[in-house]
Design a protein around this ligand. Sequence first.
Ligand code: KG4
Ligand code: ZN
Length: 344
Amino acid sequence: MRILGIETSCDETGIAIYDEDKGILSHQLYSQVKVHADYGGVVPELASRDHVRKTLPLIDKALKEAGCTADDIDAIAYTAGPGLVGALLVGSTVARGLAFAWNKPVVPVHHMEGHLLAPMLEDEVPEFPFIALLVSGGHSLLVEVQNIGEYTVLGESIDDAVGEAFDKTAKLMGLDYPGGPRLAKLAESGRTGIYKFPRPMTDRPGLDFSFSGLKTFAANTLRAEIDEANDENNEQVKADIAYAFQEAAVDTLVIKCKRALKQTGLKRLVIAGGVSANTELRAKLKELMTSLRGQVYYPRLEYCTDNGAMIAYAGLQRFKAGHIDDAAQVHPRWPLEELASVVK
Ligand code: KG4
Ligand code: ZN
């Protein structure tokens, strides 16, 4: 069985073809970073226009690379939400158009379920049940996963998502969009113990997160420490703030993961979404799971951020469960817990 996956929920056009026996046959990605760089963030209308330009040519390229034609494709999976409505509409419209032309079924996929299942594309896959930490630009979620489509959200951010906090803090420091990975890079030259940032919401019970205070803390520290007359000092101040910010964000996520594992008695942890590309976060969660005699699973770096492979994979699971929707609707807001199980 072969699935074409289409991802257009934000600023990346991702296309992939997944074969049930052979795995990913082709994986194409076009990042719109340059389109949005001048604006310091994603401009929804520009994102939609760029998806319009890129989606079909990338599908052609993917089919060629996979050495197949429309006849070899069993279903077309697309990201139906959550995401930017205009961007989602491009993917869904292309999916519906191709489905009509090729006479194939259409499978809507939840973007965060795509992220959550991305580690299944690796050699070593987690068994169910497990805890998933989903951390992206739009979401920070701790989820108990009993099976595909059986999700209990244990905690989520009450304000900014962690990726959003990375991006906003990076912007404050004058780093270009997308700021998250740049802030992480800057933190490498930061020194330990110079600034101490808070670990929000860790001093009370519960698994929810709050990250907007960290960004404010970074803004205040920056204001207090920057010396207009001393550029060299300022570069080090920024690196030290980046270090302290990242340390606090990662620590907070680790504390909450530990709590979720304790609460549920589970020993397997999956991390996925754009922020799971963060080296510090990966290392600290690995340390945690070693100390708990458990195991951590994460996707390879190219499948951490938005991509078509995760949509094709999740699409195959949904297709096998009969979850098709030829109307190709979109859901800009779509709680993960609304999804149906693939086994019940
Ligand atoms: O999953 P994703 O590609 O898109 C969304 O669904 O939002 O996640 C993008 C987010 C951005 O906020 C980006 O800054 C963040 O992931 N990100 C990182 C790193 N790489 C990507 N944040 C911290 N460290 C990184 N290495
Ligand atoms: Zn994403």
